[in-house]
Design a protein around this ligand. Structure first.
Ligand SMILES: [Zn+2]
Length: 80
């Protein structure tokens, strides 16, 4: 399984399975699916349902931004 990232559609926080979530004591390598159901977005406090999968592999800032944009457009169901 390739580690994936998930983006909060409310605040664009990115949960990276490689990094985990240090603030919530989520260990690096923790799958998004394995996060507790009461885990909340560190950015805005929303729950997991608001996150969408991000398919970016690299962590470069530019790609992260375009990934956020694509995820946002996906959530709106707009075809570019
Ligand atoms: Zn958020």
């Amino acid at each position: 399984m390739i580690p994936t990232k998930h983006i909060c559609t409310a605040c664009n926080y990115i949960y990276d399975e490689i990094l985990g979530d240090a603030k919530a004591k989520i260990l690096p390598g923790t799958k998004f699916a394995n996060l507790a159901s009461d885990w909340q977005c560190p950015g805005c406090g929303q729950n997991k349902e608001l996150f969408v999968t991000c398919t970016c592999v690299s962590i470069s800032k530019h790609q992260e931004e375009s990934c956020v944009k694509n995820a946002y457009l996906d959530s709106l169901n707009i075809i570019v």
